[in-house]
Each structure stands twice: as C-alpha cells, then as structure tokens.
Design a protein around this ligand. Structure first.
Ligand code: CTP
Length: 403
C-alpha cells in the first residue's frame, strides 16, 4: 500500500530514545511509524546505547542517528525545526526530570527546549520510581505545559515485580501520535460504533454467523477517538485489540445482545455507526445440549432484530451510519438500504473486490448520502474511517439530531 493512503504520510518524527530497558522496542516503533508513512530521525542519549546500538536504529529508520550535542553544533536547533512532532520513547525518569526543569545538557534535552511543536512521551521505569512524588510532580508539570503522555501500562516489570511503569505498547504510542495530528471536530461528541459478526446459537457449540473480522469497525472507533469523541464500542466476537481511549467497551455475541447494549446507551448518543455484520437469521430454538449428529437436520430460522432499521424508525434519533456489504457492484442495493433503513449515510463496500472485505487492512468504499455520493479508491481501513467521519462531521454541522 503506497504511503499516500496513510494517516502519518510525510510526517517528520523526531524520536528521542532514552536509557531504559524498553529501548529495545524502539526498533519496532521506528518500523511501524515508517509503515504508517512517517519519516523518523532518532536521537539517542548516551545511556540508551547500553540497551540498543545506534546501528540498529539507523537501519530501521534509514536515517542517521544523532547523539552528541557537539557532533553538529546547530543540530539542537535544526533537528527540531525540521520535525513535525517529537516523541520520546522510552522516556525515563531522568529525561522527564530534565524536561520538567529546563535542564539542557545533552542533545535530546536541548532539542526538547528548542522544539515548538507537540511532544509525546512514553514513560518507562520501575513502579517505585513512577510512584515517587517528585517524579509525579515533574510529570504533572510537563503535561500542564501540553506534553502528551502515552502510558505507562501495568504489568511485569524488568525487575520481575508487578506494577505500573511498563512502556505503553507500540500500537498505543502510534495511536497517540496519530491523535496528536488529528483535528478534534468530534470533541465531546458521543458515538456508538458496532463491529464484528454476531453468533446465533443452535446449541452450546454450534452457531450461525457472518464473515467479519471487525477491522473496519475497530478502525472507525479509533478514528472517532483520535478526533476527540467519547466512544462506546459494541463488538461481536473478534480477536482484535481493544482500542485505547474508549469510554466503554461491550463484548456481545448475539444480535439481540448487540441491540440491548445499543438501546441501553442510545439516549445519550449523537452518532451511531453500525459497522457490525449481525447475522440475519437465528435458530428459533437453542438446544440446551449438543445436538447429536444426524443425516439431515432441519432448523427453523427467524430474523434477528435489524438494529439499524429499528433506530431509523425512532422519532428522535442520533445521526445514523450503516454499511452495505454487497457481493458485487450493487450500489443500487446500498442506496435502497439508505432509504429502507432511514439512515443518513450508507457506506457501500463490495466484499468480493480485491483488497476489500474480510480480514484485510484495506477497503474500497462509496459513501452514500441522500443527495451525494463519494467513491474512494482502494485505501487503508484507517483512511476509509477518516473519510466516513468527514462525511459525518459535515452532516452534524447541519442536522440537530440528538435524542
Ligand atoms: N444490520 C443491523 N441489524 C441486522 C443486520 C444488519 O443493524 N440484523 C445493519 C448492518 O450493521 C449494516 C446494515 O444493517 O450497517 C446493512 O447490513 P447488510 O448486511 O449489508 O444488509 P442486510 O440489512 O442484512 O440485508 P441483506 O443481508 O439482504 O443484504
């Protein structure tokens, strides 16, 4: 997938690597940032070289690695001037202490002082250091000055103890960077997103379901969070990682459970985005024990609740976005769904087209509104989610639609 489809396309990231055990993760971090379309210049502190070599980061970043303050006397001005954002991962107690107190005695701390843009830090240290009131004061001071914090997480630390202090995982750090670049046009908007399939059980071990990985819905939820919304994600079975920064997360199995979770929160919602693929049929009867194998099994099915249509019928309802998963270029069917389900937007996607549909990170969509239709070329699900939110944002400005 070419860089032009990516959220961090052409962004210049100045990555500071300080001397913590999590420094080994910075190779993966650099690779993933580059995969997202960014270019990365690394500054290493002297201490960090005890954990990782400059060569590893030079290879990963395909860029020179900077370290000495006097290697190039103007680098503390030039490097920040060229960067769009500064990221420090891992950020040790020492570097955070320096930043918070204006100490500038190495390349990283001088660059921090001269940088004018947004700074993201990913603290990493032992829980005793993290809990220390002096460290906490430094951290508060930095965040009060607008420094954005990613993590740390709780878990097993390098010393073997359990506690807070593990560097946030790489995907959380990358989401924080994307969020720092995002417009906040959904600030304080309440959005419910559904994702994944549902399972309609015949017996305790067998079910009917739809093919759906949940990737599109999870990408929509992440984009909503980046753009400042309070997001409730209602997910059918999916092995995807729960997005960071959700207001609430509900795991459901059946379409009825999805509907129940939806209607419990609908009254406080501005927008509903139904990216889930609920199964349309459910066995009339769920057996309590496993059905014995027979030559022929006849099952009576009934329709599951059509959640989108039920919301569409409400007198006062949130702004409503549905998806139309079609096998073929059936834009006509997608347009029918817009009318029949009384949605404001239907996102058409041909699940049988190359690069679209299930289990892939790309999609080719058409965003259909009553008087407007926009087709996007094959793009990442992240970028498709952004385009869907652009359409929602445009409509929200015009429609007053809170229940
Ligand atoms: N949907 C829903 N409840 C269902 C089935 C679908 O809310 N029980 C929603 C989906 O989340 C999607 C939209 O309706 O946003 C269209 O789903 P789709 O599967 O494309 O269409 P169906 O209505 O199921 O019709 P068909 O299967 O005949 O295409």
């Amino acid at each position: 997938m070419k860089n032009k489809k990516k959220v961090l396309k052409n962004k210049k990231i100045l990555l500071g690597v300080a001397g913590g055990v999590a420094a080994y993760k910075s190779v993966d971090l650099v690779r993933r940032l580059k995969d997202e379309g960014a270019s990365v210049t690394v500054i290493m502190t002297d201490a960090s070289k005890n954990f990782i070599t400059p060569l590893s980061l030079e290879i990963a970043s395909e860029n020179r690695v900077c370290s000495g303050i006097f290697d190039d006397p103007m680098s503390h001005i030039n490097l920040p001037r060229e960067a769009d954002i500064m990221l420090i991962a891992p950020a040790t107690a020492n570097i955070i202490g320096k930043f918070a107190n204006g100490i500038a005695d190495d390349l990283l701390s001088t660059c921090f002082l001269s940088f004018k843009g947004k700074v993201v830090i990913a603290p990493s240290m032992n829980w005793r250091m993290y809990d220390n009131p002096i460290f906490q004061e430094n951290l508060r001071r930095l965040t009060a000055h607008g420094v954005i914090q990613a993590g740390p997480d709780r878990g097993t630390l390098a010393c073997g103890e359990e506690g807070i202090g593990r560097m946030a995982d790489v995907s959380e750090i990358i989401e924080t960077i994307k969020s720092a670049f995002s417009k906040k046009d959904f600030f304080k908007k309440k959005i419910i997103v559904t994702a994944g399939p549902t399972r309609e059980y015949l017996d305790p071990v067998r079910f009917l379901s739809n093919r759906s990985s949940g990737k599109m819905g999870y990408a929509v939820a992440r984009a909503c969070i980046r753009r400042g919304a309070e997001v409730i994600l209602i997910s059918g079975p999916s092995c995807l990682e729960q997005p960071h920064g959700l207001k609430s997360f509900f795991r459901v199995e059946t379409a009825q459970e999805m509907k129940n979770a939806m209607f419990k929160h609908l009254h406080e919602t501005d927008v509903v985005i139904m990216a889930a693929a609920p199964a349309d049929f459910s066995p009339e009867k769920k057996e309590k024990t496993k059905i014995n194998k027979t030559d022929k099994l006849l099952v009576n099915l009934r329709n599951t609740p059509d959640i989108l249509s039920e919301i569409g019928k409400l007198k006062r309802r949130p702004l409503l976005v549905g998806f139309a998963a079609e096998t073929g270029k059936r834009l006509d069917r997608a347009k029918e769904k817009l009318i029949q389900k009384n949605a404001d937007i239907i996102v058409f996607n041909n699940v049988t087209a190359a690069g679209s549909g299930f289990d892939v990170d790309t999609n080719e969509i058409t965003i259909i509104r009553k008087n407007k239709e926009v087709s996007l070329p094959l793009t990442t699900k992240d970028a498709a989610a952004e385009a869907i939110l652009d359409a929602v944002s445009e409509l929200l400005k015009r429609v007053k639609c809170i229940i």
